[in-house]
Design a protein around this ligand. Structure first.
Ligand code: HEM
Length: 433
């Protein structure tokens, strides 16, 4: 539990108090994230047994930079409390690691995930207004149509990688349709999303570290220019799409400028496509691994689909962690946290917390209630696209599972080994007997 610290409480000396006891793996070591998922989950289970959050020291990015680190929040209750106390656990200066550089934020605009208070609320209000029930209802009709088309093409073409052929396509096509992005721009957007995600949370070799940022930023700048051009066109002649709604949404006399439009677009592309495609790929894998759950789902799809989609997100937890920065002295358990301390909210661990979920490692599509934190722990940053993601998954699995073609995963998904998201690089699949 988090409460304001008692006056006179002793502050933390970074890396000294709360350091991981023997027998608990180092969450700050990139090698930890390359281990099989079951080993990582076992380490989280050991951490949840401890009364207080543990501190992990990170390797500095270069010898000139000081070592940094974070407290790991691994219990369901702690992740919920930190998510819902944004004045104490701020999203600024950034929820990912490394934090976006100041010049990148100035040049490309700040992403709402990294903002707090009134600044965040203003942006969120503009973009939520654009997600009107009418736009979402239209998107739902579109989702059914696109899901059917993807599966038709899959059965005709018989590709081998499920991630490229299916899991990426649905969320990408839907966001692009909602935004009104022309077909000709979409291949470049897929490249950009793949590129942006490839290195998030993954330990990179020195060569890649030196080489990639320039190209990545050029690609980002190209995408921003493309969206700005679409935004300009829609300002003059609005269409029935999200970009038109965003450039015309007026909250307290303010609309989204081109840089803000660009950064929101990049956020939607990465937050909306990467997460949903991973959930879909893990979903196929889980339903293949658990034939009895799949049989139950198919026996009455409309009855069990909502439960299955929630359980897929809980069990696979597509976003493993988000960070926060402590603004005011506070305590978690008996640990005193000081302003400036980083905490990491491990959704992947909270979703296996045995004090909340019975038999937490079991994949059970009938689990009820299922208060998982796959879309965040509540509070002002709760996932803006949760409804959309649910509708997309439900529509796609309906097409994949109820056509009686026995579509199934072959082997295990190839994982990226990222500490940020449970990313699937590829998943082989088969159709037929
Ligand atoms: C299975 C799919 C998805 C998962 C697991 C997921 C997960 C998350 C998580 C964990 C957060 C952080 C919540 C917090 O800090 O409290 C988040 C935020 C966000 N998500 Fe999602 N997401 C998914 C799909 C989507 C989709 C489809 C979209 C958009 C079309 C989207 C847009 C966003 C945005 C804009 C935010 C930032 C909200 C803010 O800072 O106010 N997400 N999501």
């Amino acid at each position: 539990m988090t409460v304001p610290a008692r006056s006179g409480a002793v502050g933390r000396t970074a890396g000294a108090s709360g350091t991981a006891p023997t027998g608990v793996e180092d969450l700050a070591d990139p090698a930890f994230w390359r281990q099989p998922p079951a080993d990582r989950l076992a380490a989280f289970a050991r951490l949840r047994e401890l009364a207080d959050p543990v501190w992990f020291t990170e390797r500095p990015a270069s010898r000139r930079k000081p070592a940094r680190g974070f407290y790991a929040l691994v219990k369901h209750a702690d992740v919920v409390l930190a998510s819902r106390s944004p004045k104490v656990f701020a999203s600024s200066p950034g929820v990912t690691t490394p934090e976006p550089a100041r010049w990148v934020r100035t040049l490309f605009g700040d992403s709402m995930v990294n903002l707090d208070g009134a600044e965040h609320a203003r942006l969120r209000k503009i973009v939520s207004r654009a997600f009107t029930p009418r736009l979402l209802a239209e998107a739902e009709r579109d989702i059914d149509r696109v899901a059917a088309q993807i599966v038709d093409e899959l059965l005709a073409d018989r590709p081998t990688d499920f991630v490229t052929a299916v899991a990426t396509r649905l969320p990408l096509e839907i966001i692009c349709n909602m935004m009104g992005v022309p077909e000709r721009c979409r291949p470049e957007i897929v490249d950009r999303v793949n590129h942006a995600s490839e290195y998030i949370g993954v330990d990179r070799g020195l060569k890649a570290r030196l080489r990639v940022p320039g190209r990545g930023l050029r690609a980002l700048a190209r995408m921003q220019r493309m969206v700005a051009a679409i935004g300009r066109a829609r300002r003059h002649s609005p269409g029935d799409d999200l970009i038109s709604a965003l450039v015309h949404a007026d909250v307290a006399g303010q609309t989204l400028g081109s840089r803000q439009l660009g950064s929101f677009f990049s956020l939607l592309m990465v937050a909306g496509v990467e997460t949903t495609r991973n959930a879909i790929a893990h979903g196929l894998s889980l339903l293949t691994e658990h034939p009895e759950q799949r049989a139950l789902l198919v026996s009455d799809y409309e009855r069990h689909a909502d439960g299955a989609v929630e359980e897929i997100v809980r069990h696979s937890t597509p976003i493993i962690q988000f960070r926060r920065t402590v603004t005011t002295e506070c305590t978690v358990g008996s640990r005193v946290l000081c302003p400036g301390d980083k905490v990491v909210l491990f959704y992947a661990s909270a979703n296996r917390d045995g004090t909340v979920f019975r038999d937490p490692d079991r994949f059970d599509i009938t689990r009820s209630p299922n208060p998982h934190l796959g879309y965040g722990g509540g509070g002002p940053h709760f996932c803006l696209g949760a409804h959309l993601a649910r509708v997309e998954m439900k529509a796609l699995f309906r097409e994949l599972l109820t056509r009686q073609v026995n579509l199934r995963a072959v082997g295990l998904p190839e994982l990226a080994g990222s500490n940020f998201d449970n990313r699937v690089r590829s998943l082989q699949f088969a159709i037929g007997p």
